[in-house]
Write a protein that binds this ligand. Sequence first.
Ligand code: CA
Length: 225
Amino acid sequence: MTILVIEDEIKLVNILKKALKNERYAVDTAFDGEEGLQKAMKNNYSLIILDIMLPKKDGMEVCRELRAHHINTPIIILTARGVVGDRVQGLDLGADDYLIKPFGIDELFARMRAVLRRRKVVESSILKIADLVVDKTRHEVTRAGKRVQLTPKEYRLLDTLIRHSSHAMTRRQLIDEAWGPDFVEANNELNVHIRYLRRKIDPANAKPLIHTIRGVGYTLRESHE
Ligand code: CA
C-alpha cells in the first residue's frame, strides 16, 4: 500500500513519512499542488493525504481535478482549525474525510483505516456501467434508476458480465462462472437467458449494454456508436 502525502510543510511531511513507514505503508511525497496532481494522476496510490494550503495549486483544486479525471483514490484533506468552509468544500469536491491541524498521528491512522475500509466495501458491493447498477449486497439491479427484476440465473449472468465488463467472454467462460463448471447446457439455455436478460436490461429506448460477439460469446459494455 503506497500513500501519497501532498504537503508543503517539510517538518510535517517528515513526521508523517516516519509514522506511516512504521505502520508498514510505503510513502511518496509531493511538496506543491502541481507535483501532487501529476503524481496522483500517474501512479496508483491506496490513499492520498492532501493539504489545502499549497504552493502552485491548492488542495481543493487538486481534489477537484482528480475527481474530474475519474481518479477515485481515497483522499483525506488536512485543513487549518476553524476553516469550516474548507471541510465542507473538500467533501463536496470528493474528499473522503478531513483532519484539522494539528492532529494526532493515531487519529490520522484511525481515519485512514475507516476510509480504506469504507472504500473496500463500496468497491466490492456496487458495480456500475453506464446507468446500469448492480448492488451485490442487496441483490438489486437498476437501469436508469428503475428497478429491474431478475431470476437468480439471470442475476448471476449479469453479475459475471459486469465483473468482466468490456472483456469478451466465451459462452463456456460465462456458463462456468455464472452457473458453475458442472452446469450442462441443454437447448441453448444460455441464449435463452441472455435474451430474457436483454429484454430487462436493455429496453428498446436505452442504449444496449449486452453485445453479442459473433463466434465468441458476449460482452457487457457501453456502446459509443
Ligand atoms: Ca500548507
